[in-house]
Design a protein around this ligand. Structure first.
Ligand code: SAH
Ligand code: MG
Length: 212
């Protein structure tokens, strides 16, 4: 990954360790030539920079979806809450200005396209086949389930479905993403092709024809 983009990603606020970011970049490079990339859970744009670097490399784009009001697990009072993200005018979090700064600083405004809204609502209207889908939005059971159900059907054959925060050991982290990842594998629609830290890369297999 180009050093300037890697530095921009490392400077941005977020929850993506460098080794997993590198894997995200490599995955975007591997799949981006098939079509657009979509991320669920933008936050301050850290992972979007890794994806955007891969999109640039393959002449693709990244749509990144977030209401920018924070997941339940990053609200005031929770361990990962960042008080500098509070907007006192509305008494709500707002990560959108941080995202804009991060993407502009990285020089990726042509490649990374913000979609601001609830993931469930955007999914209901979406009909663009995806070369790569990265699920990193709300990490509790309801949101991660609806992200899978609403977005995974848009992953094209041979495209990638990528999950973050997969912790087989409950002592390491929440289990909802791990359960949904298990469901994706059990569906028979996806096979696992790579793993790095808590990142898991699945690929859609062709659905069996009538004679199979
Ligand atoms: N991918 C980022 C981290 C994302 S944190 C990184 O690696 O840096 C999860 C994000 O999901 C939060 O910004 C939160 O606002 C968003 N989110 C949670 N539930 C959502 C929903 N239902 N619709 C849209 N965004 C949601
Ligand atoms: Mg994450």
């Amino acid at each position: 990954m180009p050093a300037d983009l890697r530095h921009a990603a490392e400077r941005a606020k977020g929850f993506m360790p460098p080794s997993e970011g590198q894997a995200l970049f490599e995955t975007a490079c591997a799949y981006g030539s098939l079509g657009p990339i979509c991320e669920i859970g933008t936050y301050c744009g850290k992972s979007a920079i890794y994806l955007g670097a891969g999109a640039r490399h393959t002449s693709s784009v990244v749509f990144t979806v977030d209401h920018h009001r924070g997941s339940e697990e990053i609200q005031p009072g929770w361990a990962h809450h960042d008080p500098t993200l509070m907007d006192p005018r509305f008494g709500k979090m707002d990560s959108l200005p941080f995202f804009r700064t991060a993407i502009a600083s990285a020089g990726l405004e042509e490649e990374v396209i913000a979609v601001v809204g609830r993931s469930e609502t955007v999914a209901r209207y979406w009909n663009i086949p995806l070369a790569m889908l990265f699920i990193d939005g709300g990490h509790s059971e309801g949101p991660v389930t609806s992200d899978y159900e609403g977005w995974a059907p848009h992953v094209m054959v041979d495209g990638a479905l990528v999950f973050h925060d997969i912790y087989p050991d409950p002592a390491r982290g929440g289990q909802a993403p791990f359960r949904v990842y298990g469901r994706a594998l059990a569906s028979g629609d996806f096979k696992e092709v790579a793993a790095e830290g808590s990142l898991r890369v699945l690929q859609r297999v062709a659905s069996p024809g009538p004679s199979a």
